[in-house]
Design a protein around this ligand. Structure first.
Ligand code: PEP
Ligand code: MN
Length: 422
């Protein structure tokens, strides 16, 4: 049985089968916006449940190594969420120097898109003058977020080296177009964070708007997606998005921003490592000399010393193996890894539903095992599985296994509740 359960493909199929009739399963595939229409679909090559665009031509954009900023390998971007005071900027720089933790690019937010008014909304233009401090101490390029044409004008006036477009801006094509128009004829690299919602076309669209006005030094940033249900993340990562972006726009680098994905310090390493495992091209990590007292995003920032420690723990090697697999094999493996992640997330959610059903049964003095329901689940799923070319034996084994675990969980709940009563 274990060999059955270990197979990611089988898990995946099962979960597709188990999702109730009418469920929108496109999120499992994460290709909703490319496989909606038959005509669209024809342009894609199907591999298992994934659609790939074969031989996507490389658009004539320039990768980070060609930005003229001396970047190579994985790009490390670090610096505070927000520029607060000149002393703060200086202290971060000095601590970076002391730790010999000099990033490739220094980040600092000057205009902060805060969810609610009343919190610190960025220091504004004055903060740009403090970037000289960074140049003097560290002599590295600086980057900041721009959200409109006025920001662009000021960032260019103060010679910011790289711009980024934030998640709340990428979501709005009017705003992105305004920024693109303000950048027409300017030679500056721009990084585009994913939109708040997992819409690959919106993300690509923002990159295209910039490309169309002649901004060719481009990169993307994966900072996760707003998800009010899943509390494990501030912004839930969706690793298939960068993979599909890379498939659709060959050579497009995607930097990962674990700070805004995780929202705390503890989970940074795991998420950063996963990003590297998936083949992402760099990390943007919020860094502050005194994180607890930061004016924004205090919970997720790390000190330069912590950043150094974190980066030293990351395995930047190609985890897809030393046998030098073909790009095709890498892609397929990355897709399978992603599916496993999705499957485990979905299994976790399914068992959390099972626990809720268990609580209901307990409240209503029902037995854990309900024969009619079990019969229905077995028969309907097996029938569905068989119609999808899965063997009856396999379907039954798999369903027994899942059902057994569900019953055990609910029975444990009953025992625990009884123990509390005593
Ligand atoms: C940030 O980088 O500080 C920021 C506001 O990011 P995002 O657009 O990802 O929320
Ligand atoms: Mn932030």
């Amino acid at each position: 049985m274990t060999h059955v359960i270990r197979s990611p493909f089988i898990f995946y199929i099962l979960l597709l089968l188990l999702s109730p009739r009418g469920t929108n399963r496109s999120w499992l595939l994460n290709v909703s916006n490319i496989n909606n229409h038959k005509t669209e679909r024809a342009r894609f090559e199907r591999v298992g449940f994934f659609y790939f665009k074969p031989n996507t031509p490389m658009k004539d954009h320039l990768q980070t190594k060609d930005w003229g900023l001396g970047l190579k390998g994985h790009v490390i971007i670090a610096g505070p969420c927000s520029a607060e005071t000149p002393e703060q900027i200086e202290k971060v720089c000095l601590d970076m120097k002391k730790e010999n933790m000099i990033p490739d690019i220094f980040r600092a937010g000057i205009w902060k898109p805060r969810t609610r008014p009343g919190s610190f909304e960025g220091i504004g233009e004055e903060g740009l003058t403090w970037m000289e401090i960074v140049r003097n101490h560290l002599n590295i390029p600086i980057t900041t977020e721009v959200g409109n044409a006025a920001h662009v004008e000021l960032a260019l006036k103060h010679k910011v080296d790289v711009l980024w477009i934030g998640a709340r801006t990428t979501v709005n094509p009017f705003a992105v177009q305004e920024i693109a128009d303000a950048l027409r004829g300017v030679d500056i690299p721009v990084m585009v964070k994913n939109p708040m919602n997992p819409d690959l076309q919106l993300w690509i669209g923002a990159l295209e708007r910039l490309h169309d006005v002649g901004i060719h030094k481009l990169a993307a940033i994966h900072r996760g997606f707003s998800d009010s249900y899943d509390k494990r993340f501030r912004n839930k990562p969706n690793w298939s998005m960068p993979i599909h972006l890379k498939r659709e726009w060959k050579g497009m680098e995607v930097i990962n921003d674990p700070s805004h994905i995780v929202g705390n310090r503890e989970g940074l390493l795991e998420t950063a490592q996963r990003a590297i495992n998936f083949g992402l091209d760099g990390l943007m990590i919020e860094t502050h000399h005194d994180p607890d007292n930061a004016w924004s995003d205090a919970k997720q920032q790390v000190t330069p010393a912590q950043l150094k420690q974190l980066l030293s723990q990351i395995d930047f090697k190609d985890t897809l193996g030393s046998e030098n697999p073909s790009e095709r094999l890498n892609d397929l493996r990355a897709a399978v890894d992603h599916m496993d992640d999705q499957l485990l997330d979905l299994l976790q959610e399914r068992f959390s539903m099972i626990d809720q059903i268990g609580a209901y049964k307990r409240e209503h003095h029902l037995t854990v095992f309900q024969a009619d329901r079990w019969k229905f689940v077995m028969e309907s799923r097996t029938e569905k599985g068989v119609s999808k070319n899965l063997s009856e034996k396999f379907m039954k084994e798999l369903l027994y296994c899942i059902h057994e675990e569900s019953v055990k969980r609910q029975e444990k709940q009953l025992r625990e509740a009884a123990a509390i009563k005593k």
